[in-house]
Design a protein around this ligand. Sequence first.
Ligand SMILES: [Zn+2]
Length: 388
Amino acid sequence: MHRILAWICAAGVALLAAGCGESGPVTVHLFAFDRATGTYGERDVRLDDLDDLTQMRGASVEFVGGATLVTDLLEASADPTGDQILRAEGGGPVSCSFTERDGVFHADDYESLDMASSYFALWQARELFVDLGVDPAQLGTIRAYYHPRIEFLTRLVPTFWNLTDNAAYAPSFDGFLIVPHVAIAGTPFSTNLGIMTHEYGHRVFNRLVDHGSTVPVSVKKGWSEIAQRQIRAVDEGLADVFGHLITGQSDFIRPSLGDDDFGIDRDMSVRRVMSEAAVTDLLTPPADGSLEVYDAHLLGAVVAAALWRLGEDLGDHRRVALAVLDAERDLGDAIAQTPKYDFSTLELLGRIASKFDGEDRTTACAIFRDRFAALIAADTTHSMGACP
Ligand SMILES: [Zn+2]
């Protein structure tokens, strides 16, 4: 029932909404994070930047329903660095349904509640980055693809519910993927403020480091496998800094995992030290050049935990987030000026440390040296710069 409803709602393109006039900002009863209690629950929230409630469209986000996402192996073999390998096709405005009671709009179906809640989380994420000094013009309005049909591998083998209980940002079409939450008894990923801010963090990384490229610059410019692995990992780790900052939760994914952990070990407050085995794994990609799946989240979690520790020791997580954004800007400029950039985790940590002075820099360097000792010992071609 739930699945069928989702498809009808998502597929209901503009017909119903056309001609109704825009709602403008309204107060909506939705599902949201309450920072005071650290819990998710139902609340009445005014969506100040909303243009239209039915189409769930505003300055921050524009929902798209009924789209098909194609991951196309034929395109991948024709042009491995192209932006058509993962692409969004079709779709249009969604048509949500609400009933107004005493000045508050209540959703008439689950998907309308889900979209309003997701809109709120993405809006809050965007507000955070603007507050941290990211130019709103760089962020613009993002498309959120709601419950897209997903076709993996080739158009010849259509698939339907291929991806559930997750959220993602895709630079190739500059959009968020909001997929059905069907299997896990927790806060839906789409409404988890920490997760949606993490995803928005990937978009900011795309803007500041990749300068909005639809294909990661590391792929487009043919970086070494080791450099590509590290920038993917760093992207994951830095995104966690913002998921934590907005929620105050070091394990902000947890509310979406129900009673299980699904092998997801990302609590930033855990003291994570990069092991020699992890360093060996990172620095020795398969010699035959074959594609191997490297889980960037493992190294990413070490980066995130080091930055959480720094925020705790400085008593100021916001300053760490500002340093991260500054380091992302510097990195983006350096990459743009270099034909084939030789990226390393150590270099990025050095960039972040360089944003602090005196005692604070000493604190940052001590944490980075402690957590990445094995990598420092093994990777003799890179250094942490500001941390001699
Ligand atoms: Zn991520």
